[in-house]
Design a protein around this ligand. Sequence first.
Ligand SMILES: O=c1ccn([C@@H]2O[C@H](COP(=O)(O)O)[C@@H](O)[C@H]2O)c(=O)[nH]1
Length: 259
Amino acid sequence: MQKLLTRVQTANSLLCVGLDPTGDDATAAQRLREVVMETAAYAAAFKPNLAFFLSRENGVALLQQTVQSIPADIPVILDGKFGDIANTAEHYAHFAYDVIGADSVTVNPYMGDDAIRPFARPGKLVFSLAKTSNKPHYGLQDETLTTGGTLSDRAAQISRQLDEELTESTIGLVVGATEPASMAKVRAACPDQWFLVPGIGAQGGDLEATLRAGLRADGSGVLINASRSIWQADDAGAAARELMEQINQFRAVKSPANA
Ligand SMILES: O=c1ccn([C@@H]2O[C@H](COP(=O)(O)O)[C@@H](O)[C@H]2O)c(=O)[nH]1
């Protein structure tokens, strides 16, 4: 968490560069090197998605090499959406942190808080799914619970309670950029937590509306992820810089000094 705070400040960036490698293994390895090198100056974090690596025969080795190629001061969020009973989750946590060297993970809170706790090691940042970006296919997330609120409201509440309880680690939330009204609702319920925000770029999320709804009062607290829109760009560095600058323009507009 401290690594993220320092990086956000030194790079003046809230951009998370997603690494979803496509193409054959040699092409993917080469493009990963290029994208990391060209975008590092603008990245507050990198987010490799585990599926794009595990779908390859030597995917774990490619993921390890990729993480090692990322400058040590930039946090790595391993997007695995892990979620299983605690005993099994311990093995996922060992894989993410000790085998791969990630600083942070994404988890699925559906099985309950015991599925999340093994990832909450001291200093680590855990992003728990609250409202995903795959609008309009939200599955169970919009279902109303007999106890009141929706399943995604409950997911956000679990994350907030855990963040308050587990003081040595940080629990944030994954909130998609495709429905700013939902983002605003989650921000109202979780005013201080960090949000990892996919859905900008290829999924068509509205950056300005997302930032207006998701930024904390201090003009921070969100990591805007872009994967395909950077990976597929002719100039990945320029695409990352442009998005970082757009984010910063809106941060300036929203900052308390300009409120
Ligand atoms: O709700 C979610 C949670 C995770 N993702 C992941 O983020 C990236 C988005 O990629 P783009 O190419 O920028 O659309 C990808 O790895 C997803 O699995 C998400 O999109 N939505």
